[in-house]
Design a protein. Structure first.
Length: 208
């Protein structure tokens, strides 16, 4: 890893802004930033924030969402967790806590403005960005993010024409099962494109 990126990731891992200088209520537990990044990664997965299981493991997508995401990608765990090829950088690095109904809160508002632009400047090898959920779509797609998630995903060709290519996706959480059932075109139209992209980026790797 280049020295500048190594210093940056060390600072990110030690970050405590959501506790020490929060916007609103501070993080209700000790920060544990979770991300995966090197300068050689060709795929960037831009998620939302770690959930409870990922907060415990310290490794991205070690939960049912990760299982579904790897199925969408047609990718096995070996490649998925190979930081030389795959960067996983959520909009919020730490588990944000849960609301009264047990749902994960949105990514912390301090995180992306503090770190994201600088970090992305080191990822010049990235050819494809996957935006999982609304916060990532708004950040990476800008004017092409549309007015809501469904419209953004339906209009995926706008981001696909950019460089690096950007594909907006719903979050693979089980909480989106109803959305997936309501919008079968996602599996029929967009997932084949996604899997072709992954196969093209990593032709020597095959899902087991």
């Amino acid at each position: 890893m280049p020295e500048k990126l190594e210093r940056l990731t060390a600072r990110m891992k030690a970050c405590r802004i959501c506790v020490e200088t929060p916007k609103g209520r501070p993080l209700p537990h000790e920060p544990r930033p979770v991300f995966q990044v090197t300068s050689t990664a060709r795929l960037l997965i831009a998620g939302q924030a770690p959930g409870t299981r990922v907060h415990g493991s310290g490794r991205p997508f070690t939960d049912p969402s990760g299982v579904r995401l790897r199925q969408w990608l047609g990718m096995d765990e070996t490649l998925f967790y190979d930081e030389r090829h795959v960067a996983i950088v959520p909009m919020g690095f730490c588990f944000p806590g849960q609301d009264d109904k047990g749902a994960d809160l949105p990514p912390r508002p301090e995180c992306a403005p503090a770190w994201r632009a600088e970090l992305l400047s080191h990822l010049s090898a990235v050819e494809l960005i996957l935006c999982l959920g609304r916060p990532a779509q708004l950040w990476h797609l800008g004017e092409f993010a549309a007015e809501d998630l469904t419209t953004a995903v339906r209009n995926w060709r706008h981001g696909y024409a950019l460089r690096p290519r950007i594909l907006p996706l719903p979050h693979p959480s089980w909480r989106n099962n109803a959305w997936l059932k309501k919008h079968p075109w996602f599996a029929e139209e967009l997932l084949p494109v996604l899997r072709r992209e992954i196969a093209g980026l990593f032709p020597m790797h095959r899902s087991s």
